[in-house]
Design a protein around this ligand. Structure first.
Ligand SMILES: [Zn+2]
Length: 199
């Protein structure tokens, strides 16, 4: 609402003096403009410029007020989320389609009975393999007796049968994370790949 010719030459000090900035507003004064003017009045009512004090730049993103490349870089990631199992999934030797499946598993995006139920779509009442529990992805990959048997027979072949899910393991990702962190780092990539293929 302030013409460019005014914006370009008006100083902050001039604008603040006797509310001169309100006179700079041109054009149609809509309720939106009035709302913004009131808001701006409130914001700047506490600002008192000191005569003779030089302007200075303050970098708001660091506590010292000084600009640092690090603080600017870190700001780029504000509000971002991290995806815990990314390394286990993407840094494995498993084929892409299998890794993508595990990515869906990690986001609980597989069309299991629980997900179908939320959309009121046809689904089995109980797991089709064991007929004991609701079919969820965690059940199918971890808590189902068939899954536990499968993991045991698979991992037993490489001497890691003890790592197979126990009845206390109810979350696939937590089980996977714990299993992988219990072997030494040189075997992790191989074990990740095997678990992805197994799943
Ligand atoms: Zn089952």
């Amino acid at each position: 609402m302030v013409p460019k010719r005014i914006v370009n030459k008006r100083t902050v000090s001039e604008a603040l003096h006797n509310f001169r900035w309100t006179g700079d507003i041109h054009g149609e004064v809509t309720p939106l403009v009035i709302g913004q003017v009131i808001q701006l009045c409130n914001i700047i009512s506490d600002i008192h410029l000191q005569i003779g004090v030089q302007d200075k730049h303050i970098w708001r993103l660091s506590s010292s007020g000084q600009y640092t490349a690090q603080s600017a870089y870190e700001t780029l990631f504000q509000g971002s989320t991290s995806f815990g199992p990314w390394e286990r999934i993407w840094r494995s030797w498993a084929p892409s389609k299998c890794r993508f499946f595990l990515w869906l598993v990690a986001h609980n995006r597989c069309w299991m009975a629980d997900r179908l139920a939320k959309r009121n779509m046809p689904r089995p009442a109980l797991c089709l393999l064991c007929d004991q529990e609701e079919e969820t992805i965690n059940h199918l990959l971890t808590t189902c007796v068939f899954a536990r048997q499968f993991w045991f027979s698979l991992l037993q072949r490489i001497g890691l049968g003890l790592l197979a899910p126990q009845p206390s393991d109810i979350n696939f990702d937590k089980w996977w994370q714990a299993a992988v962190s219990s072997v030494d780092s040189s075997r992790r990539r191989g074990l990740n790949s095997l678990i992805i293929l197994g799943a």
